[in-house]
Write a protein that binds this ligand. Structure first.
Ligand SMILES: Nc1ncnc2c1ncn2[C@@H]1O[C@H](COP(=O)(O)OP(=O)(O)OP(=O)(O)O)[C@@H](O)[C@H]1O
Ligand SMILES: [Mg+2]
Length: 273
């Protein structure tokens, strides 16, 4: 994965003992975390073409720690494509996406650096939630005891031994979030995490993402639910038809349309060819 001498996100992120000692996984006390203004995710001139479809057209933005950054856009606007490119799951046609200055594939300890939920059902359906997480932990050099912790965080302790294939969409989303948290990463990318969740689950995701950002982590959350992101995100990046159309706080964007974020969103995302 990483070449020799590559500085991982974890190593340089917050200057704590855990993050300096990336070779030995250790939990970090929130009190030891220090906010930084470094852009942990940097997207430069990213374009992606799928045959005749230009899914992303010269998109640039950065995502900083300490606040939830909402990635807002209509269906098909390019949110998931951007996240896949950041995670190195697809190659850009042009441009680059960096995490703490390096491409995802160059991170030495990816699971400890970045947690992502890109698909709700990214697990073997015949495996229990516990063993799904245990396998990921083993592959990522993460101690087994962390599995019970993230199951608890995700509210899945009682169903840990159930086959994940029997999970509802909401439970599958929670399992994905548990997997993303496994390595206690400094960067989180969540693609539509509230999809399929009931109101209590939506509130749980909101509180969790805010709390993770409040600990000094970098949190990028995509959604097409304007109201939800307005409640959760300190900053909104708006994308439409593969192009970045706005970047600012909910208040700044709303001010463009007489105080209505919804109107601002429609104004920004309609009429772009
Ligand atoms: N593997 C692929 N092959 C061909 N076209 C693709 C592929 N992945 C995405 N696209 C196209 O790229 C565009 C952006 O899709 P993307 O999934 O990134 O949008 P999105 O903003 O995540 O939408 P949604 O809100 O529906 O999840 C769409 O036109 C989509 O059809
Ligand atoms: Mg999507």
């Amino acid at each position: 994965m990483a070449g020799p001498g590559v500085v991982t996100l974890a190593a340089s992120y917050l200057g704590t003992s855990r993050w300096r000692e990336v070779g030995s996984w250790r939990r970090c006390r929130p009190a030891a975390r220090v906010r930084s203004v470094v852009a942990m995710i940097a997207v430069h001139g990213l374009s992606k073409r799928y045959g005749g479809t230009l899914a992303l057209d010269d998109v640039s933005f950065d995502v900083r720690p300490g606040t939830v950054t909402g990635f807002l856009g209509p269906n098909g606007s390019g949110k998931s494509t951007t996240m896949r490119l950041i995670m190195g799951l697809d190659a850009p046609s042009r441009g680059e996406a960096l995490i703490d200055g390096v491409p995802y594939r160059a991170l030495r300890w990816p699971l400890r650096s970045v947690g992502a939920v890109l698909e709700a059902r990214a697990f073997h359906p015949g495996r229990s939630a516990y063993w799904h997480l245990a396998a990921l932990a083993a592959g990522g050099g993460i101690p087994r005891r962390r599995v019970a912790e993230v199951l608890g965080l995700a509210g899945l302790s009682d169903v840990a031994s159930r086959r994940a294939g029997t999970f509802s969409l909401g439970m599958a989303q929670r399992l994905g979030i548990a997997a993303a948290l496994l390595g206690d990463p400094g960067v989180l990318l969540l693609d539509e995490p509230a999809n399929g969740l009931d109101p209590a689950g939506v509130r749980w995701v909101r509180d969790l993402t805010r709390s993770l950002a409040g600990q000094g982590r970098t949190v990028l959350v995509s959604s097409h639910l304007i109201g939800e992101l307005a409640l959760t995100a300190g900053r909104l990046i708006v994308i439409s038809r593969g192009r970045l159309v706005a970047d600012g706080t909910a208040a700044e964007l709303s001010a463009r349309a007489g105080g209505s974020l919804e109107e601002a969103f429609f104004g920004l995302t309609e009429g772009i060819s």
